[in-house]
Design a protein around this ligand. Structure first.
Ligand SMILES: [Zn+2]
Length: 388
C-alpha cells in the first residue's frame, strides 16, 4: 500500500484540499447495499448516511481502511494513522473506538482491531470509526509520549491548527474522526511498570456518559471528568460522550483483559442499538468510585526493592500488609512495611519492583461495606484470587 511520499500524501491533511491518494475502500458486497438510496440525500432518520472526513467518504454498507496523514516526519514523510470505518447498511449512531494515544499501551490496539476486522458487522446499524493507533510516533518508538519534546497526545485534545506539533496532530484526529461521532471508547493501560485491573473512567455527572459507562459492564467505574486535554474529557465537552477504559500494563497483549474488554464493547454496541440481536452484559457486581469513596495512590516512603504481596484486583482490609521495601542486603531493621490505610480494592499496582521515595506503589479505592461483603463472599465462593 505504501507507495512513498506523493503529492496526494502531502495534501491529505491539508484541510481545505480534497484529493487524497491513500484511501483504500473495501467493498463488503453486502446485499443490502442495493436497498440504500443515495446517502447524500438522506435527511430523515430512516436512511443510513455516508461517513465523511476531509478528503473521503464511506457510504452505507461499505468499510474502508484508511491511512490518514496527521503530520510529517523529519524526513518530510507523512505521519499517517490507521483508521477503519465500518459503515453499516442500516441507520444508527456513530461510535469511535480509539487506542494507543499513549504509544506503548497495546492492549487496546488489539481490542479495536478485533472489533474492526474479526467481528461480523453485516447487520450493523450505524457506523464504527476504529482508530487502533493514534500516537504513531510514540508507537514506533514504543514510548508513552510523542517523542517530539515528550508531548502527551492525551493532553493535547481537541488540538489546534497553528499550534504545537502535538496539538496539530490532535486537531487532525479530533476534527476528522472524533467530532463526527455520537459516542466514544478510548482504551488505555497503566503507565509502564504498573498494571491496572480493567476499569472505566467516566464523568458520571453526564447522563449519556454514565449510560455508556454502565453499558461497558466493568466491575469498577471511577467517576470524574478527567484532566484537561484528555480525549474523553474534550470529546465529551464537544457533545461526543466518551469513556476511558483502563486495562493491564503497557508493552503487552493480555488476552484475558482483551476478552473482557471485547465483552464490554459488545455490550455497548447492544445498548446503543448497533447490534440489534445482542444484549447488554451485566458484570456480576459493580461499584462506582466517586468523591465519597476513599481513594489514594500509596507512595513509597523509602527507596529500595519492593516485595509486592498483593496483585491488581486484590481486596485488602485496613492494616493488611500490601508490600515491603528492602535494601540490597535485606537487613531486618531496614525493611519498610506498607499497610492498607483503609479497607478496599487494589485497582492499580506496581509491577517493576524498584522505587525511589515518592514513587507510587498501588492505587487503592475504598469500597462500601455492602460491596466489600458481596465481593468477599463471591471470591470465597468461587475460590478466585487477586488478579483480575
Ligand atoms: Zn494511557
Amino acid at each position: 500500500m505504501d507507495t512513498g511520499r506523493t503529492r496526494a500524501d502531502r495534501m491529505e491533511y491539508s484541510r481545505d484540499r480534497l484529493p487524497i491518494g491513500t484511501l483504500l475502500v473495501v467493498r463488503t458486497g453486502r446485499s443490502r447495499m442495493s436497498d440504500v438510496d443515495e446517502p447524500a440525500d438522506a435527511g430523515g432518520d430512516a436512511m443510513a448516511e455516508a461517513f465523511t472526513y476531509n478528503g473521503g467518504r464511506v457510504d452505507p454498507g461499505e468499510s474502508a481502511n484508511i491511512r490518514y496523514g496527521i503530520s510529517e516526519t523529519y524526513l518530510g514523510d507523512p505521519v499517517r494513522i490507521p483508521v477503519t470505518v465500518v459503515n453499516g447498511a442500516h441507520p444508527g449512531a456513530t461510535v469511535f473506538l480509539s487506542a494507543a494515544a499513549h504509544g506503548d499501551e497495546l492492549n487496546g490496539i488489539e481490542v479495536v482491531r478485533e472489533v474492526a476486522h474479526d467481528w461480523d458487522h453485516s447487520e450493523l446499524h450505524g457506523t464504527l470509526v476504529c482508530l487502533p493507533v493514534m500516537n504513531v510516533p510514540g508507537f514506533l518508538a514504543q514510548e508513552r509520549y510523542l517523542p517530539i519534546y515528550d508531548r502527551d497526545l492525551n493532553r493535547s485534545f481537541p488540538g489546534r491548527e497553528g499550534s504545537t506539533s502535538a496539538r496539530r496532530m490532535a486537531h487532525q484526529i479530533f476534527t476528522n474522526f472524533i467530532e463526527p461521532c455520537d459516542l466514544g471508547l478510548d482504551f488505555h493501560t497503566s503507565t509502564r511498570g504498573r498494571t491496572n485491573m480493567l476499569h472505566v473512567r467516566a464523568n458520571m455527572d453526564n447522563p449519556e456518559v454514565a449510560r455508556l459507562a454502565y453499558a461497558f459492564s466493568s466491575n469498577v467505574i471511577i467517576a470524574g471528568e478527567g484532566p484537561s486535554g484528555t480525549l474523553r474529557r474534550e470529546a465529551t465537552v464537544a457533545d461526543v460522550p466518551t469513556i476511558t477504559i483502563e486495562m493491564g500494563e503497557a508493552h503487552r497483549f493480555q488476552r484475558a483483559l482483551i476478552d473482557r474488554a471485547l465483552t464490554g464493547v459488545a455490550s455497548v454496541l447492544a445498548e446503543f442499538g448497533f447490534h440489534r440481536d445482542s444484549s447488554v452484559h451485566w458484570p456480576g457486581w459493580r461499584t462506582v468510585i466517586d468523591d465519597d469513596n476513599e481513594k489514594t495512590w500509596l507512595r513509597a516512603d523509602a527507596g529500595g526493592i519492593v516485595d509486592m504481596k498483593r496483585g491488581r484486583g486484590a481486596l485488602v482490609e485496613e492494616g493488611d500488609v500490601i508490600c515491603s521495601i528492602t535494601n540490597p542486603f535485606k537487613e531486618e531493621e531496614d525493611i519498610v512495611t506498607v499497610e492498607a490505610p483503609f479497607t478496599g480494592l487494589i485497582v492499580g499496582v506496581l509491577e517493576n519492583p524498584v522505587v525511589y521515595p515518592g514513587n507510587p506503589l498501588c492505587h487503592l479505592v475504598g469500597l462500601s461495606p455492602d460491596t466489600y461483603t458481596a465481593l468477599y463472599r463471591e471470591r470465597r465462593g468461587n475460590g478466585s484470587h487477586d488478579r483480575m
